[in-house]
Design a protein around this ligand. Structure first.
Ligand SMILES: [Zn+2]
Length: 284
């Protein structure tokens, strides 16, 4: 091979290595090159435990795992991995497989702080599984499973509708009961609520929101921070006003918090016990 060609190839490789090192350093001024090369889809090292947690979290629906397949009680089977490890972040959200739901662990325990770039534990959802469990709201399959519960009865929080599937109505009643015991200073964050069931996609996306399954609740929007409410042309800078005591009550009953997301949504809680289950050997 000609010397100039070897020099050119070597130069390109060195430049790529240099850019990769810059990206790995996670500077605030990440160049477009870095965004283009962040790829997702590789299962986490502890995926077997994660799948076990998923099976345990939805015993009414999931029979178990057979090799690479998740077997549901009705006979449905879902491939755990689609084998694609080169997804962009948008593809991760829009076309995830089952193992992609665990691409980052939910940070149960630590004080919330600025999450790492694109670390949105819980925001990736394998839609066929959730539609199987909760129904398709466009076909009116979700509304038939709704139950109205009293929200914070001691504080007159009104009524909210939530799905009965997976006992989420009972879980939210337990949340409500525990929150009702918090000091009165917490009330402003908790009521009025800003919505539970809503047959809609995630804002700016084709992906179904957990609100479309009636499996989530938004607290008082007046004390919320949401990444889309800030400039969309810059990296989201994490902000939060929700006290951690409130987050811990929800987590105790199987709900995760959108405040732990890089694309944060601090009034948002959704029922995702599979992400809260303990993993042996983890910090949690
Ligand atoms: Zn929400």
């Amino acid at each position: 091979m000609r010397d100039w060609l070897i020099a050119l190839i070597t130069g390109i490789c060195q430049l790529a290595a240099y850019c990769t090192a810059i990206c790995a350093a996670n500077f605030a001024f990440l160049p477009l090159y870095c965004r283009a090369q962040e790829l997702y889809g590789t299962p986490p090292a502890d995926i077997d435990v994660r799948i076990e947690n998923l099976v345990k979290s939805y015993p009414e629906w999931i029979l178990g795992r057979e090799g690479d397949v998740l077997v549901l009680k009705g006979g449905k089977k879902f491939q755990i991995s689609d084998g694609i490890r080169t997804k962009t972040f948008d593809e991760l959200l829009e076309k995830p497989d089952i193992d992609d739901m665990f691409y980052v662990p939910y940070p149960k325990g630590p004080e919330p702080a600025q999450p790492a770039r694109n670390s949105d534990p819980g925001r990736v959802r394998y839609e066929p599984l959730f539609v199987t469990m909760y129904g398709d709201c466009k076909l009116n399959e979700v509304s038939r499973n709704l139950r109205i519960i009293e929200w914070l009865p001691k504080r007159g929080g009104g009524k909210v509708s939530i799905t009965k599937i997976n006992g989420i109505d009972l879980a939210l009643e337990s949340v409500s009961k525990d929150l009702d015991e918090l000091p009165l200073g917490f009330t402003k964050y908790l009521k009025p609520t800003s919505g539970t069931y809503n047959c809609r996609a995630v804002a700016g996306s084709i992906v179904r929101s957990m609100h479309a399954y009636a499996a989530s609740i938004d607290l008082n929007a007046s004390y919320a921070n949401y990444w889309r409410w800030t400039s969309l042309s810059t990296e989201p800078k994490w902000q939060n006003q929700i006290p951690l005591q409130i987050v811990r009550v929800f987590e105790k009953h199987g709900f995760i918090w959108g405040g732990y997301w890089y694309h944060y949504d601090t009034m948002h809680f959704e029922y995702r016990p599979e992400l809260l289950a303990d993993v042996p050997g983890s910090r949690r």
